[in-house]
Design a protein around this ligand. Structure first.
Ligand SMILES: [Zn+2]
Length: 239
């Protein structure tokens, strides 16, 4: 268990809220990412917390961290992609179900079933699905359609602070659009091994030169999200 000292009680409490209870869980997340997660969850921290986290992982005392280690950690911090504290699992599943409803609508229309919803302040401001065939437009992916809807709802193409829930990992076109729209958090369901641009083929969100504000999380209701796609392609083969 992570304890005080060396960590401050409020840091330990925040780590627990983030699901990091043990040294092993801290190791899986890493000192730098954990530090960024703590900041994203609202804590005001100094670099000394980063040294404390690193020393816990090394089994040493914070004062034993060398200048070399500090320089390395600061460089890692600088190039680390954005991290965010994500909503509770039930909340993410709730919005993903709405995205799944959109995906079902795609399937009913004979389009590749991908759905997306955009959420601002806990409220859905856009729901869309893939309409490439109907619109004879290769850019009409669920995400692009949802961004257009949300932009007109907000009267602003920049969607700072908004989240998107997508049933499938975004492609490079959509990932780029999401970054440019300054979406805060991208939550997706199933990975897309052939075209995924959030880690499967490339990760556009992980390059600090391209992205300084959009955090990603995959795997929410991934079985259901994958199932809607496999059902669609099975029916297509049968038909
Ligand atoms: Zn796309």
């Amino acid at each position: 268990m992570l304890t005080t000292p060396p960590l401050a009680p409020k840091t330990v409490a925040a780590l627990h809220r983030l699901g990091i209870h043990t040294l092993e869980e801290l190791r899986q997340t890493g000192a730098v990412q954990t530090f960024l997660l703590l900041k994203a969850s609202g804590l005001t921290l100094t670099k000394s917390t980063l040294w404390q986290l690193e020393s816990l992982l090394n089994g040493t005392l914070p004062q034993e961290i060398t200048q070399h280690d500090k320089t390395r950690l600061l460089a890692e911090l600088k190039k680390h992609p954005p991290v965010a504290a994500f909503p509770p699992q039930e909340e993410m599943e709730h919005f993903m179900r709405e995205a799944l409803r959109q995906a079902e609508q795609s399937a009913a229309d004979g389009e590749i079933p991908v759905g997306a919803v955009i959420v601002s302040d806990g409220k859905i401001i856009a729901s869309a699905h893939n309409t490439c065939i109907a619109d004879c437009n290769v850019s009409c992916h669920a995400e692009i359609n949802a961004l257009a809807q949300a932009g007109s709802e907000m009267q602003n193409y920049r969607l700072d602070g908004c989240d998107i829930y997508i049933t499938l990992e975004p492609c490079a076109m959509c990932a780029s659009a999401l970054i440019q729209a300054r979406i805060k958090r991208v939550i997706y369901g199933a990975a897309e091994p052939k075209t995924g641009a959030a880690g499967s083929i490339v990760n556009l969100f992980a390059d600090k030169r391209l992205n300084t504000h959009t955090a990603i999380r995959g795997g929410i209701l991934q079985e259901e999200c994958r199932a809607v796609l496999s059902r669609f392609f099975q029916n297509k083969r049968k038909g």
